[in-house]
Structure formats: structure tokens, C-alpha cells
Design a binder for this molecule. Structure first.
Ligand SMILES: [Zn+2]
Length: 199
């Protein structure tokens, strides 16, 4: 027996989400059908609004309702430091620690020869342009994850920045090898930033 088209379409939509297989997609689709009408409407509105009202900051690549984002727009923040991270979620993790008052740059990925991801596929050009145009930046803190790809990306960027005479540092090894910034607790992150080392 085939599912009626509206259910089949809903299952297809859930299948597009990461980590969701056929079984889970089917379960979610039937769960949705059993939800209150008002809940379903609120859910669908939240989906549309998140897509419509959010964009990426033209300066740092962070996700934002307004361009530039609140962090880039906040002139009381330390304009001399930029932390480079892989994804938006890492900005949130570092902000939660409430110790860092500098700026960010989101790469939206890492270099990965296996996945065919080169420098032009991540937000590196905009970082270099930013460093060229903004002489206030004195230090770039490379906070890519402690994975082989994260390390290789940090090395690549540090080599590009070196000639510009800007200090380049890497988070200290409080982070376990292979670990992701977004899952690190606040104290570990605090120590990793505080004990960062020049590379
Ligand atoms: Zn920004």
C-alpha cells in the first residue's frame, strides 16, 4: 500500500534533514498529523520565518537578523582580536563562556581534500579582505576544531596571514584531539582561549 500523497510528501521533506532515515521520517510524519492544528501552523511558520528573516553577516559570516550582526555592530567589543571558527554554533559556544569580548569570523566549513573542499569553498577570502581593510585587527585566534581537517585549515590560514604581520594564535590543547568546539564545556573553552599559543 502506498501512503496518500500528503503523507508521502511530508516523509520526503523530513528525509531531507540530516541524520533522518526512512523510518524516523515516517514516524515524524505521522506524529505531525496527530499534532494540534495550531501547533502545526506555528511549526510551519517558524520554519518559514527562520529562513526568511535570517541571513549571514556580510562581515563575519555569523547568522543574523540584521546585517551587520550584533557582535560586529557592537563597537564596545575589542576590535583588535578575531576568533576564526568553523561554524556558527562555535560562536554561540564561545559567547556562552562570557569571557571573550573580541570579534569572530565564521569559515562555514574546513579544508577537506577527501570531500573536495578547497580554500575557495570556505570563508577564507573574506577573512583576508577583512584583515587588509581593517588595521585595528592585531590578532587572529584560530579556533577550528582539534581534528586533522581543523588543524590543516588553521595551518593554511596562519601561513596566509603571516606576511601581514598580524599575530596568529591557536587554541591551547585543553581540547581533546578530535573534539569539537561546540561540545566543549565553558571552563575547557576558557582555558583553551586563555592559554592559546602563537603559531
Ligand atoms: Zn558579524
Amino acid at each position: 500500500m502506498q501512503y496518500p500523497e500528503p503523507i508521502a510528501k511530508l516523509i520526503d521533506s523530513y528525509l531531507k534533514l540530516p541524520g533522518i532515515g526512512e523510518k524516523t521520517a515516517t514516524r515524524l510524519a505521522f506524529f505531525t498529523i496527530d499534532m494540534e492544528q495550531s501547533e502545526v501552523v506555528a511549526f510551519s511558520k517558524a520554519l518559514v520565518a527562520a529562513k526568511k528573516d535570517l541571513s549571514y553577516c556580510s562581515i563575519c559570516g555569523n547568522i543574523t537578523e540584521n546585517d551587520p550582526c550584533v557582535i560586529c555592530a557592537d563597537k564596545t567589543r575589542d576590535q583588535s582580536q578575531v576568533i576564526v571558527v568553523e561554524q556558527v554554533k562555535d560562536v554561540m559556544a564561545l559567547e556562552k563562556m562570557q569571557e571573550y569580548r573580541g570579534l569572530y569570523h565564521v569559515l562555514h566549513g574546513v579544508l577537506s581534500p577527501i570531500e573536495g573542499k578547497g580554500p575557495e569553498d570556505i570563508n577564507i577570502t573574506s577573512l583576508l579582505r577583512r584583515l587588509q581593510q581593517n588595521s585595528q585587527i592585531k590578532e587572529v585566534i584560530l579556533a577550528t576544531n582539534a581534528t586533522p581537517e581543523g588543524e590543516a585549515t588553521a595551518m593554511y590560514i596562519s601561513k596566509l596571514i603571516k606576511p601581514a604581520n598580524i599575530m596568529t594564535t591557536r587554541l591551547a590543547h585543553g581540547l581533546a584531539v578530535g573534539s569539537d568546539i561546540e561540545y566543549a564545556d565553558e571552563m575547557t573553552l576558557y582555558n583553551a582561549v586563555k592559554n592559546r599559543q602563537e603559531i
